[in-house]
Design a protein. Sequence first.
Length: 201
Amino acid sequence: MSITVAIDGPAASGKGTLARKVATHFGLAYLDTGLLYRAAGMKMLDGLAPIEAARKLSAADLERPDLRSAEAGRAASRVAADGDVRAALLDFQRAFAHRAGGAVLDGRDIGTVICPGAEVKIYVTASEGVRARRRHAELTAGGAQIALEDVQRDLAERDARDRGRASAPLRPAEDAVQLDTTELSIEDAVARAVALVAAHL
Ligand code: C5P
């Protein structure tokens, strides 16, 4: 089976959880492409120019424990607006997507730029309030002390930058199925995504 599943959407929409569970369900490889940008962003904060940070990404960079922090999210969205950074990360993502055995990738531009030919494209959304509450719960469970309003403002700024950039802006591919998870449990959202993938097998 060499199906490619592209899952895109704004920050904290639930796309990561969904993508991981769909991959496990079908035994597909999974790539969280946000981690590439987060790792490049942290290298930039360490002092590298964004393009150098992207070119020099190593497996060890992807295992830093601070990649899930709000700081890494902000830095990621800054380096991600640079077209040269995106170009430097493209081949790795495409090769992953086309590996034998099939793959699920989640991000912002998987269905539009990385894998325009993906068999299944899902664009995951949720209301701003629900996304902020989910991300806040995630960050505080990880030990961070951060106010809900700060998380909400952070997400809004990041989404505006991701949607407004010239290079690969966040938007649904024309042939993507939209999945609004505002009022769905994780199980229900996964069941819908699994049904979409199963229809292509
Ligand atoms: O998905 P996650 O929140 O980890 O992504 C962090 C940031 O990386 C996003 O806000 C976005 O700017 C960038 N990103 C991107 N393209 C992707 C994945 C992430 O621009 N495919």
